[in-house]
Design a protein around this ligand. Structure first.
Ligand SMILES: *[C@@H]1O[C@H](CO)[C@@H](O)[C@H](O)[C@H]1NC(C)=O
Ligand SMILES: *[C@@H]1O[C@H](CO)[C@@H](O)[C@H](O)[C@H]1NC(C)=O
Ligand SMILES: *[C@@H]1O[C@H](CO)[C@@H](O)[C@H](O)[C@H]1NC(C)=O
Ligand SMILES: *[C@@H]1O[C@H](CO)[C@@H](O)[C@H](O)[C@H]1NC(C)=O
Ligand SMILES: *[C@@H]1O[C@H](CO)[C@@H](O)[C@H](O)[C@H]1NC(C)=O
Ligand SMILES: *[C@@H]1O[C@H](CO)[C@@H](O)[C@H](O)[C@H]1NC(C)=O
Length: 938
């Protein structure tokens, strides 16, 4: 597991201030990983990227560091070193050397070694970690074969290659880019003395504002992509492989950078909703094979059919269309020949035979079955001289291995292959056993002790075939879908070799497992009752047959604490049925109704008192790009403490009467918008979906709006879409240029207001730095649970449905609030989402909406750009057993009526889950903030 979730921007909100409390804490992640038996690669930054605002940099540092961040400058050192010290103290006790799960620590992310100031920065970071007790290897993540930090100044212990062959645009249907063939050579060029590490390899794709949506990414980067591209990495002798993302989650609040929207589903193996899909099945098939195959951990790369490999040849009908790479374990002689189509992107079906070396001399496989077949976009590992369990011996297999090992006294080999293809395994049977009685299976003695078992093609055939069943050995075959219903959790059964602290880690803590077929998810398993009961914990989405292969002593099975009726089913298996209760169909999905409404843009009204707002009068900035035009004043929000979400500006001028408009350049990042009012009269909204994220426009003044000889106020409401990543983290969000046109008038004062309290003094420490923005409703806390919408509050709430839009029927900002009570039956886990506009990706309606759930900003809907209309919200944020406060800040960007709809939808219900989920949704308390609405009403 690679963890980047508590990035620096959130844990170091202001200079010298650290907050690793609540959801920002690291220890619960380490503890959970330890419980699950998962090693952790910690990637604390200071820069993490991850499509996060400023790549995770502390936002204040973009304003308060002179010159370059991520260099060896004195001011940058002073800005990040206190953070690194905190990380060291939190991480140190969790290193593997201390019985913790932390295996590696990554230095920064995706950078260049030149100029030398970059390299020296890495060297400084490494020195700080090393001299303060971090002993695990330090690593680096190099995007796309740039050969940076391989050696020389700043090079860490372990170099890693980061690679996304299909890039990030899911509009291109099923188009795949070529399968890379140079990786092995690249490893030779960059450190053959070290394991080939891929700290990031494409596990899906992020999507962008106006993008096609994640369903398209799922189609493009699905289980077939994992099958072909990951096995191609194995073929390149990659030994450490981190899939980015396995679970992407949600860019809630202001977490995202401008190139990504709220959902970070990423089309990963686990959906944002937490539901599993077919990509998870493929990860399980590959992961268990690797866990089951110790001989795979140490292999020499022998060659591939491109570069020449005399001892391997391909023949048969489609020989010229196949491609093979051979790896070999030098100690055991085990051969791994990874086959795929020569054009790895081809969707043709091909068949061929393979001649490979083995302990019995050169073998052409299969020997009896029909040829090896590969469907389009499929890859397979052909094994030779493969050992399993205590004494299992496979001469060759053209079927894939799902599981190999020992359960109780028996060696188990569980292989799989598509039903419409033929497969063959040659192995030495042990014990007195029985064979499959199926016309699909044929046995032929071969090469002494070995028996070739041919499984003929039988399209549509599903389920388990027992190929061999003896007291010492069990050999099973299934189709890929059936096989993926099995789980093999590590059972906590310590041995004398167990490393203290790593009791649940496969190999290091335990070698005991069981195979459990059927359930949607097995979370964990243990032996209870002196080894008589296998206690399973997991989730069901439907009733399923249960198949268990457990150590012999196991006579009973429990599921989430309840006994399951099981009976011996031959082959030493236990069979039963896991039944979901009718509760699973009884998750009520209430309507969102009873909305209350109040105006949330008092700032444009006459007499609004901004006296407590910050005067924006800086004449210098550390932000890289200087203002474009104006009078020397710098109007960048972050320079005044406002580095995220909505920001409001008020420019005052004493009009001469001849002003005809104002020329403004507003920068908010890709897909931003800004609306401008003069003395309460709406002028215009600008936006920009390009990478520049900036708009320049002349905002004409209607003559009637101007007040000659008096204070005139120009109000600008802008969206801040996050800071850029890469080279422009010091993003120039704000008003980059301002000039009154037509008169001699000048702006006397500019005032600015973002999130209440800025980064030093924001009130909601639990939800943290990036949750709130500068809308009046947010500053006053209307989004928080328990906010009183009655007369005592600072706004006049009236009943109004969200679909009625704003009462003005034009541009403005209003806040809608309601509550909804959920009553999910106990023992169920439900995945809820909030869906705007019936799920339409974009409707053209000129509105932006922020969705608040119990105070957490969990969605940003942009109806005229899209594509996101559905916003998943997990339990913990959502209270499944009580009242939830739902708020929507509706920003209408044109003088047009809009009619948004919002519904709660159920994505799925599971019986099981993790049990009770703690809530920490602090309620509203009265806020003292920059002006109340009273003056506006005066
Ligand atoms: C620029 O950064 C320096 C410290 O590096 C700081 O002292 C100064 O106040 C910053 N300037 C502005 C305008 O924020
Ligand atoms: C940064 O590194 C360069 C090159 O080694 C060195 O000349 C310079 O003094 C370093 N700067 C600081 C502040 O240490
Ligand atoms: C550093 O690595 C490059 C390959 O990336 C290699 O050409 C060079 O010889 C290496 N230098 C040293 C000093 O190891
Ligand atoms: C994605 O690809 C489509 C089709 O080639 C293209 O029209 C679109 O501009 C691309 N989007 C981005 C952000 O690159
Ligand atoms: C698991 O098996 C491996 C290989 O035989 C052995 O090296 C390791 O010590 C075993 N682990 C435990 C906890 O017994
Ligand atoms: C605006 O300027 C005029 C002319 O100089 C002056 O009389 C008036 O008092 C000014 N108004 C404000 C509000 O400053």
């Amino acid at each position: 597991m690679t963890s980047e979730c508590s990035s620096r921007g959130l844990t170091n909100p202001a200079p010298g201030e650290f907050d690793f409390d609540d959801w920002r804490a690291l220890q619960p992640i380490f503890d959970a990983a330890k419980l699950a038996g998962i090693f952790v690669v910690l990637r604390p930054g200071p820069y993490i990227n991850a499509e996060t605002t400023a790549g995770g940099l502390a936002l204040w540092s973009t304003s308060l560091v002179e010159g370059d961040v991520r260099s060896n400058s004195t001011t940058w050192n002073a800005a990040y070193q206190p953070y690194a010290s905190q990380i060291i103290e939190l991480a140190k006790p969790n290193q593997v050397t201390e019985g913790g799960p932390m295996l590696l620590l990554q230095i920064d992310n995706e950078y260049s070694q030149t100029p030398i100031a970059h390299a020296e920065y890495f060297a400084d970071l490494e020195e700080q970690y090393r001299s303060n007790g971090i002993v695990v290897p330090l690593t680096y993540n190099d995007p796309g074969e740039k050969q940076q930090f391989v050696n020389g100044t700043g090079a860490p212990d372990l170099y890693g290659l980061d690679y996304y062959p299909n890039h990030f645009n899911c509009t291109n249907g099923s188009m795949w880019n070529a399968v890379p063939t140079e990786f092995h050579q690249y490893h030779l060029d960059t450190g053959p003395d070290r394991p080939f590490y891929m700290p990031e390899f494409q596990g899906g794709s992020h999507d962008y504002w106006g993008g096609p949506g994640y369903e398209r990414c799922r189609a493009r980067i699905g289980p077939d992509f994992e099958d072909v591209f990951y096995k191609n990495n194995w073929a390149s002798n990659v030994k450490m492989h981190s899939v980015y993302m396995f679970y992407g989650g949600t860019n809630w609040g202001g977490i995202a950078y401008p190139g990504a929207y709220t959902s970070y589903d990423y089309s990963g193996a686990i959906k944002e909703t937490r539901l599993l899909w077919e990509k998870h099945d493929e990860m399980k098939r590959q992961g268990l094979f690797i866990r089951s195959s110790p001989s795979f951990r140490k292999t020499d790369w022998i060659g591939d059919t491109n570069s020449g490999i005399p001892e391997v040849s391909i023949s048969g009908r489609d020989a010229t269309k196949a491609f093979a790479t051979r790896l070999r374990n030098p100690d055991t002689g085990t051969g791994f020949t990874i086959v795929r189509q020569l054009d790895g992107t081809s969707t043709d079906k091909i068949s061929f035979t393979l001649t490979v070396p083995s302990s019995k001399g050169s073998l052409t496989v299969p020997q009896h079955a029909d040829s090896i077949t590969l469907n389009g976009r499929q890859s397979r590992v052909i094994l030779t001289d493969y050992a399993f369990g205590a004494s299992g011996s496979v001469l060759y297999s053209t079927a894939s291995v799902f599981f190999a090992g020992t359960i109780g006294a028996r060696d188990i080999l569980f292989i799989y292959g598509d039903a419409d293809q033929a497969h063959e395994v040659a192995l030495a049977f042990t014990g007195h056993g029985t064979r499959a009685q199926s016309p699909r299976v044929q046995y032929t003695s071969t090469l002494g002790a070995f028996t070739a078992v041919s499984v003929h093609a039988q399209p549509g055939s599903t389920g388990l075939l027992t190929l061999w069943d003896s007291p010492t050995q069990l050999v099973l075959f299934a189709d890929p879908v059936t096989v993926a219903t099995f789980w093999a959790p590590a059972l906590r059964v310590p041995t004398q070799d167990t490393i203290p602290g790593l009791e649940t880690f496969w190999q290091f803590g335990t070698n005991t497992t069981a195979l459990i077929g059927g359930p949607y998810l097995v979370r964990n398993a243990s032996l209870a009752d002196g080894g008589r009961t296998l206690a399973l914990h997991g989730d069901l989405n439907a009733s399923v047959p249960l198949t268990v292969i457990a150590p012999e002593g196991v006579r009973a099975v429990s599921w989430n604490g309840k006994q399951v009726q099981v009976r011996p089913a031959g082959s030493g298996m236990l069979e039963g049925r896991l039944v979901v209760s009718s509760k699973i169909r009884q998750v009520a999905v209430p309507k969102l109704q009873g909305w209350k409404f109040a105006d949330s843009l008092p700032e444009v009204k006459d007499g609004f008192d901004d006296s407590a707002w910050i005067v924006a009068d800086h004449t210098s900035t550390n932000i890289t790009i200087p203002p474009a035009f104006g009078d020397g004043r710098v109007l960048y929000g972050c320079d005044y403490g406002f580095c995220e979400n909505n920001i409001l500006w008020r420019g005052h001028f004493n009009a001469t009467g001849s002003e005809t408009g104002v020329n403004l350049t507003i920068n908010g990042g890709t897909a931003f918008a800004a609306s401008v009012w003069l003395n309460g009269v709406f002028l215009q909204t600008v936006s920009d979906i390009s990478a520049a994220g900036e708009a320049n426009a002349l905002f004409a003044f209607p003559p009637s709006a101007l007040k000659p000889g008096q204070d005139n106020v120009l109000t600008v409401l802008q969206d801040h879409m996050g800071n850029d990543e890469g080279q422009n983290q010091k993003s120039d969000r704000g008003i980059r240029g301002f000039e009154l046109i037509g008169g001699v008038g000048k702006f006397s004062t500019w005032k600015v207001q973002g999130k209440l309290g800025g980064y030093t003094d924001f009130p909601d420490k639990v939800r943290g730095l990036l949750n709130e923005g500068g809308l009046f409703a947010e500053r006053d806390g209307w989004h928080l649970p328990g906010f009183p919408t009655n007369a005592s509050s600072s706004a006049n709430f009236t009943s109004r449905d969200l679909s009625a839009g704003l009462p003005s029927g034009g541009a403005g900002v209003g806040f809608f609030l309601t509550t909804v009570t959920l009553d999910v039956p106990q023992g169920l886990d439900a995945a809820f989402s909030f869906e705007f506009d019936g799920g339409a990706q974009h409707t053209g309606a000129p509105y932006r909406a922020l969705l608040f759930v119990n105070g957490w900003k969990f969605g940003k809907r942009v109806a005229n750009i899209g594509p996101q209309a559905r916003f998943p919200v997990p339990p913990g944020i959502l209270n499944h057993h009580g009242v939830n406060t739902i708020g929507v800040a509706l920003w209408v960007m044109e003088d047009t009526a809009v009619s948004p709809t919002l519904e709660l939808v159920l994505e799925g219900a599971l019986e099981g889950g993790v049990g009770p989920i703690a809530l920490n949704n602090p309620a509203w308390t009265a806020r003292v903030h920059a002006t109340s609405d009273d003056s506006a009403d005066a």
